[in-house]
Design a protein around this ligand. Sequence first.
Ligand code: FES
Length: 252
Amino acid sequence: SKKVVLGKVLLNEMIEKDVYKMVIRQEEAAKSAAPGQFVNLYTKSESMLLPRPISICEIGTDTLTLVYGVVGKGTKEFSSYNVGDAIKLTTALGNGFTPADAKVHILVGGGIGVPPLVELAKHLEGEKIAVIGFREAPFLHERLEELGVKVYVATDSGAHGFKGNVVELMEEKGLVGDYYYSCGPKPMLRALAAFCEAKGKPVQVSLEERMGCGYGACVGCVCKTKAANEVGYEQKKVCKDGPVFLGSEVAW
Ligand code: FES
């Protein structure tokens, strides 16, 4: 459940164009966090009352590392914070990924959906492969390699790694896993869910890119899951019921 706590910024730096890494010291939030969850960050200005949901990239003993995109006013403000600043946040929210028992895990990420896969990688036993796509420059690929993950990069332009999307890259390299996890833009998740369904492989998808307020107030995050009722689907809130769903349960 939601609890607002006060943290301290230990690091806040740009790691790629419009992408920042922030380390926050907050013991209670760190202790309760799991891979695939998110926190809500509050801006200091009174004019923006809605917090911003940011996915957790790494969990330390008393720290959380967040890697976030600067996409609007709120995240722009976060990017200006200095080391030592106080920051208001919630403890970890959402269901998170469930590490599966599998020989070969494939982590599929797109852009600012890559961060939650980093903490997840630490919780998986067996062979780990990441297939991550970016518009231009990649980030977090080196961190994943440090964690023993075999990393394949795709970019739209082909400036780095494979030119194309992550599903094309998996096909090109003949990568086959027993279990898949993913976070990124919806078209990528939809394509991956179809790919996994065709191969008969399970996939967990995080729909977090759709979130607005992160706590049930904006309904910007509503998605449909399959259901055995007369309309054939159910409305779910990504911030409350997710952000992680089985690919097979989402009504794409
Ligand atoms: Fe606002 Fe879910 S993100 S209601």
